[in-house]
Design a protein around this ligand. Structure first.
Ligand SMILES: [Fe+2]
Length: 555
């Protein structure tokens, strides 16, 4: 969608969809907290059935899109309760907000077995088109949603624009980033790179005195009912509802959709026995995720998939938790062990084949954790590497965080080597997880960068609310972080910029000439009316595999 009529920040007042959605959300919000509070009091305020969790769409295709909602059939049938009768639901898709030109419609059943969530995978639509949709159940009519289909697979597309977000901890603040993205009318979709929700008990992360608003349920989520209740709580947030009602969301999970630092056989925040069997917990979390998220359900229980935006961009979305090996110890040579993997063999082969076989101008890779090395003491290969191996030290220096690709250097070496050997150009990694904003060249070999060049670029977006450096250290933004950022950049010359303090979101604009990430920050995550401001922009020009600073946002 190349026409960009309005400036983002000022769209709040004008964007009609925003106002209607907010009105709908306000109504819902007025009811929801009362309804979905701890004890789920009676549905006094709204006739049953009701659409208390908003509407959403996702995974756009050239001829269709996935629609989502949840119906509350009766007062006691709150998320996770398993209560309530199955409900017949109708859905409509129209070319106009008034539903005068309905182009598709159908019915579905909101089943207690799926926590009364409903998905409609609508087809027969036109490519690169805006549509409006809604659901009905009895006399109840949901909020109206707006969505967009993807361009035709072989279309010459001038430009595509995405909102980019990650790491939204309900207790840590308000989702103002979502509100400001919902106010934009120029986005084709919003990419959610993971940590859509967090599993902790209330008052644990962040600690109680910093809790802005309480989770539901209050305890750590472990069972299917728990994960459903937590998803239900998130979907009552008015800013999150506004985002989902205005833009199709393309989401991947990271670890907190399960538990902290999850891998295929466990997690840092999982206690086998006391919290039951890991496989059972993951199965429950994935079931709730596919029920409550506008993501096409995968029979393999994974989210790795590909979405195409014409001949301009292929979006390769990764699942870096389901097939991952056990974590390595920081500072140990285990990070280089070729037996360990972050992707699993099948996914890495799928990704490599997709990247090498694509005829799109840009290869956008949604990776829930950072791929650029962030290490101290990377050793120039020819000097000390054999010594490092002898001493069992990591060849690429001491990684700061082995939960990201730094903990799986063999997979990274293989993937980046593939980009170099197959001359795959214009690969841009889009990343979340680390609660900081970064702009990086992705070096073939960090120790000899820039001589050895870079094979891709990486734009990392900060967290919507999850704590980062100033929050964790209780210091003012722009104090300690400046020192830390300086040290990181000094030891990792491929890192062009890092902001360790602010919360916000990104806007990625892709044209044939360049991909540009505009970084926005929100004024205060504790303030439900926080404003947003443009902070910085970086772009990578077609064919360069390097990032460079730009001194103004796309709009
Ligand atoms: Fe996170």
């Amino acid at each position: 969608m190349t026409s960009h009529p309005t400036s983002p920040i000022s769209a709040d007042a004008s964007a009609p969809s925003r106002r209607t959605v907010v009105k709908a959300a306000a109504v819902t919000a007025a009811v929801a907290p009362a309804l979905l509070g701890a004890a789920a009091p009676a549905l006094a305020d709204a006739p049953a059935p009701a659409f208390l969790h908003g509407v959403a769409s996702g995974d756009p295709l050239p001829d269709g899109v996935l629609l989502w909602t949840r119906v509350t059939p009766s007062a006691e049938a709150v998320p996770g309760s398993g209560l309530g009768a199955d409900v017949a639901v109708g859905w409509e898709v129209a070319e106009d907000r008034g539903f005068g030109r309905v182009v598709a419609s159908g019915t579905a059943t909101a089943r207690a077995a799926s926590d009364h969530t409903v998905k409609a995978d609508v087809r027969g639509l036109r490519p690169a088109a805006t549509y409006f949709f809604r659901f009905t159940a009895g006399a109840a009519v949901s909020a109206t949603g707006r969505t967009r289909t993807a361009p035709a697979a072989d279309a010459a597309v001038d430009g595509v624009r995405f909102g980019v977000v990650s790491c939204a901890n309900y207790e840590a603040g308000h989702f103002s980033a979502y509100r400001h993205l919902a106010a934009r009318t120029d986005l084709d979709a919003v990419l959610h790179l993971g940590d859509y929700l967090y599993e902790y008990a209330s008052g644990v992360y962040p600690e109680a005195k910093k809790t802005v608003r309480p989770h539901e349920p209050r305890h750590e989520i472990v069972t299917l009912a728990d994960y459903r209740t937590r998803h239900g709580r998130y979907k009552t947030d008015p800013d999150l509802q506004a985002l989902h009602a205005v833009h199709p969301v393309v989401a991947i999970w990271d670890d907190h959709e399960f538990a902290n630092d999850a891998w295929s056989g466990g997690a840092e925040n999982h206690t086998p026995g006391a919290e039951g069997d890991w496989a059972a917990r993951v199965a429950a979390a994935k079931r709730a995720y596919f029920e409550w998220m506008p993501v096409r359900t995968s029979t393999e229980g994974t989210v790795f998939r590909r979405i195409r935006f014409g001949r301009l961009a292929d979006l390769h979305l990764l699942d870096l938790r389901s097939f991952r090996s056990a974590p390595a110890k920081t500072g140990s040579g285990t990070v280089d062990d070729p037996e360990r993997t972050i992707t699993g063999r099948a996914q890495l082969d799928w990704l490599k084949a997709g990247l090498a076989g694509s005829d799109a101008a840009w290869q956008l890779v949604g990776t829930s954790v950072m791929i650029s090395p962030v290490a101290f003491g990377a050793l120039p290969a020819h000097l000390l590497e054999p010594l490092a191996e002898l001493l069992g030290l990591p060849a690429e220096g001491i990684a700061v965080n082995v939960d990201q690709w730094d903990g799986f250097t063999d997979d990274r070496r293989e993937l980046l080597g593939h980009l170099a050997s197959r001359a795959v150009r214009n690969t841009v990694f889009l990343t979340g997880d680390i609660h900081m904003a970064w702009a990086n060249d992705v070096p073939a070999k960090a120790a000899t960068y820039p001589l050895s060049g870079s094979v891709a670029t990486e734009f990392v977006v900060t967290s919507v609310t999850s704590d980062n450096l100033d929050d964790l250290l209780n210091v003012l933004p722009g104090t300690l972080s400046v020192v830390a950022a300086g040290a990181v950049k000094a030891a990792n010359r491929h890192v062009k910029w890092v902001d360790m303090d602010h919360h916000g979101y990104g806007v990625l604009d892709v044209t044939a000439q360049r991909s540009q990430m505009d970084y926005y920050t929100v004024s205060d995550k504790r303030d439900p009316a926080a404003t947003a401001a443009w902070a910085r922009s970086y772009r990578t020009l077609n064919g360069t595999q390097r990032v460079e600073r730009v001194y103004q946002p796309v709009i």
